[in-house]
Design a protein around this ligand. Sequence first.
Ligand code: BG6
Length: 480
Amino acid sequence: MSEFNTKFPEGFLWGGATAANQIEGAYQEGGKGLSLADVLPGGKVRVNVLSQTGFNFEMDKSKYVYPNHDAIDFYHHYKEDIALFAEMGFKAYRMSIAWSRIFPKGDEIVPNEEGLAFYDRVFDELNKYGIEPVVTISHFEMPLHLIKAYGGWRNREVISFFERYAKTVFNRYKNKVKYWLTFNEINSATYFPLSGLGFSADSEETLLQDSFQGLHHQFVASSLAVKAGHEIIPDSQIGCMLVYFPVYSIDSNPVNVLHAIKEEQISNYICGDVQVRGEYPTFAKRFFKENGINLNIHEGDLELLKQYPVDFISFSYYMSLTEKKEKTAEEKVTGNHFSGVKNPFLRQSEWGWQIDPIGLRISLNQLYDRYRVPLFVVENGLGAYDKIEEDGTINDDYRIEYLREHVRAMGEAIEDGVDLIGYTSWGCIDLVSFSTGEMSKRYGYIYVDRHDDGSGTLERKKKKSFFWYKNVIATNGEQI
Ligand code: BG6
């Protein structure tokens, strides 16, 4: 524990974050339809499925495990889990709604009442403890039918299905939810179109064209959601959600510096500029031209984007990216969606993600300088192997150290003048890793007895970090 003099603003939204497909389980209960996440196998093969072309969206239970089917069974444990969040003092809980619980196939006219009722129960339970829900409308789990029958977000028709879904949840939960996020990590889509846009690229050649067309459809859908959200819930706050990382040049060679700037523009700012400034940035024109991307933009689209930008920016931050123009295959390192090269000044997690708390302060400054809208860190955390000691304790000091340095970085950014409204660290309760499908890549303050092979009692246990975070919240970040 260390004293920290920076004051977080009154009402700062401390809490934790999850996504429906990574915690709920009950994949065929309550009338839920299949989603993308239900057909993703667990284990090492998952990264290949996510990043390569030609996935057929079929399950093969004789060959693979499907960890999202049962996950940590939040569907039946939500009361117990929310009580634990409340015990830590959460002010906010970021979660997502599974689209296929509300519209099992995605293209129905009438929503599934059982699905809607489930989230009523969850929001009521949060409300009981005064925890503010922050709800992602779409987090990597498009209804499978929309993928198979329509080709995912490449198809413009999907916009109207999403709009109906968004209006349905706004109307249903208008008295229960004020903070909404449209698409999780929208800018990861061109790297992982499967999770972001619901299609597996036919070939490398068509990847960029299809991804940016799909993204354009999501931009339009997001603006329509902002429009509807403000009409239905006048005091709602609707944000975009980016995976954000500052891009450093490996050295001061201007060739590499320019390369890093370009990477940052394309990866971070195309989506941010469209969703916050309401227009495609000037540099996009050249990028599209040089990459043979021809967007089919309908009449009225650009006006809509301009008229309905988001109210705030939420983003995930796990690592920075270090870039070099010419890099060999051996020089590449792994990371969250994006790779880059090794930064000699940074340590790495057990999964090779480069740990960089100062990078969070840099990110907050960059985003605030560029956009001048409130910021919300809605994911950050350390995926690590945890060990249960003989006395039953879990001493995750490595996680506390990681989180402490990132909380410190946020405090510094607030001192820098950044308008930061909240922090929901990722995987506040252990959950299924998105990129690997592993349970053993744990992020939680709460341990869940469930393992990569699907075994385990699902018992919940408090880790050392549980008590640390409880105190951080209780002191509004004065003791970290
Ligand atoms: C983000 C996603 O990219 O990173 C989450 O929004 C994901 O869904 C998180 O779980 C951590 O990544 P991973 O691969 O360790 O689960």
